[in-house]
Design a protein around this ligand. Structure first.
Ligand code: SF4
Ligand code: MG
Length: 294
């Protein structure tokens, strides 16, 4: 989180933009949006020191709907954009939001590398197991056998287990929430923003139009909370990886894994005292720097 709040939110509606939203009635993206706004409000974040970056997809409309700085980027490229922003001004809160097709398909390489670099970025994935914006084709989290217009005989591949990917890649905070339990998801997002390092939050998001299998009811029959699971230790990596494999009759929500590790910026002595944007180019001796290359 940023250290110096400049402008304090007085009420949650201070985050409203008034922009129109074209999500289908009942879409899980609404629950995730409310959870994120509530989290930002409760943390008293400074809107003028906060950036939300998205990719492309239904849910990637989110930056238009929250009154902080926003950047609606390219398909699968939200994390590199966010990384550049964090490098330029690491004192800014940077939150990334996008779908499963965007982040676990097209942007998968960026997901892995941002996790291992441990940038202090919060990444929320609206996971609905389809490419919703383009009318419901199969995505990397679609279960084997799931039928869509692009796979009328059923998906042949096995599904990605995204929390396992992020934990193996080096994410220092990995959690899963559910769009149908807004308050629980809000608490996870708050923890993710407060965590210093790369925090990945997989948000299960029913797509009421194109996914008739993974519905609100389907999830409600399976979901249980990790914090109530006796003996579960989120600092135990082996335990977290085993839990990340679980999918089917039981699906856990909560914090799967967390650890403390220096962030990428922590390892850069040049940025120890001030952010890159705070340096005056007139104070930099470019000629001396260029001499090193000739
Ligand atoms: Fe939401 Fe699915 Fe409609 Fe997109 S198509 S807005 S994901 S319900
Ligand atoms: Mg999707």
């Amino acid at each position: 989180m940023s250290e110096k709040p400049l402008k304090i939110l007085e009420k949650m509606t201070d985050l409203d933009t008034g922009s129109p939203c074209n999500w289908c009635p009942g879409c899980g993206d609404f629950g995730i949006l409310v959870a994120l706004k509530q989290a930002l409000f409760e943390l008293k974040i400074d809107p003028e020191n906060t950036m939300i970056v998205s990719g492309i997809g239904c849910g990637s409309q989110a930056p238009h709907l929250i009154k902080v700085y926003g950047f609606h980027s390219l398909h699968g490229r939200a994390l590199p954009v966010a990384t550049a922003m964090k490098m330029a001004n690491h004192k800014m809160n940077v939150i990334v939001i996008g779908g499963d097709g965007d982040g676990y398909g097209i942007g998968m390489a960026h997901f892995i590398h941002t996790a291992r670099r441990n940038f202090d970025i919060t990444y929320i994935v609206q996971n609905n197991q389809v490419y919703g914006l383009t009318k419901g084709q199969t995505s990397p989290t679609s279960d084997k056998g799931f039928k869509t217009k692009s796979t009328p005989e059923g998906v042949l591949e096995i599904a990605i287990r995204p929390l396992g990917v992020s934990i193996v890649a080096g994410a220092t905070f990995a959690a899963r929430g559910f769009a149908g339990d807004v308050m629980h998801l809000k608490d996870l997002i708050k923890q993710g923003i407060q965590h210093k390092g790369f925090s990945h939050i997989d948000a299960l998001q029913p797509c009421v139009t194109f996914n008739k299998v993974n519905t609100y009811q389907w999830y409600q029959q399976r979901i249980y909370k990790l914090e109530k699971e006796e003996g579960y230790d989120p600092t135990n990596r082996a335990m977290a990886l085993q839990k990340a494999e679980e999918w089917g009759d039981r699906i856990a929500v909560g914090v799967y894994y967390k650890e403390e590790r220096p962030t990428y910026i922590d390892e850069l002595p040049q940025l120890k005292d001030k952010a890159l944007v705070d340096y005056d180019p007139a104070d930099v001796d470019f000629a001396a720097t260029l001499q090193n290359y000739f």
